[in-house]
Design a protein. Sequence first.
Length: 154
Amino acid sequence: METAKPDLSSVMRLPPANISTADDDLDAARIEARQYLEFYTWVLSIKEEYFGYGAEGIIYIFLFEIEPRHVNRWIWVIVGDVPPTYIPADDARTPFEVLDGYIGALEDWVEAARQGKSVAKLIPVNVDANPANAEMLAGRLKFLDEKILPELER
């Protein structure tokens, strides 16, 4: 099964998982991203890891090459002070595209939660879909859109 490949020039290859990067925040985020990804049964193993972007304590974007079960072998993972998620490389080639798509998907969730509509078919968010949580997430998305996304565009 041939799958879309990300732009590897937009990321930095990380050392093997048992070797620290000498950045405690990055290492903690990397562990969180690995654990998030390894939860899924379609991930047989993680082969390679790449760092796409990080804003300390706010958001981290990683790219993983996995041994897959019926999915793309390239998977992006977002973690930090935001709802964690994965995005197949079919849908995004660079960290900018990943974050742009992530913000858009979460804006759909925010709008549905504000209106009391079902979020069942939207990006999973690990909080109740209510107006208060929607407003809190909307503030984070505004920050990501205005401050972080322009950094990735360069």
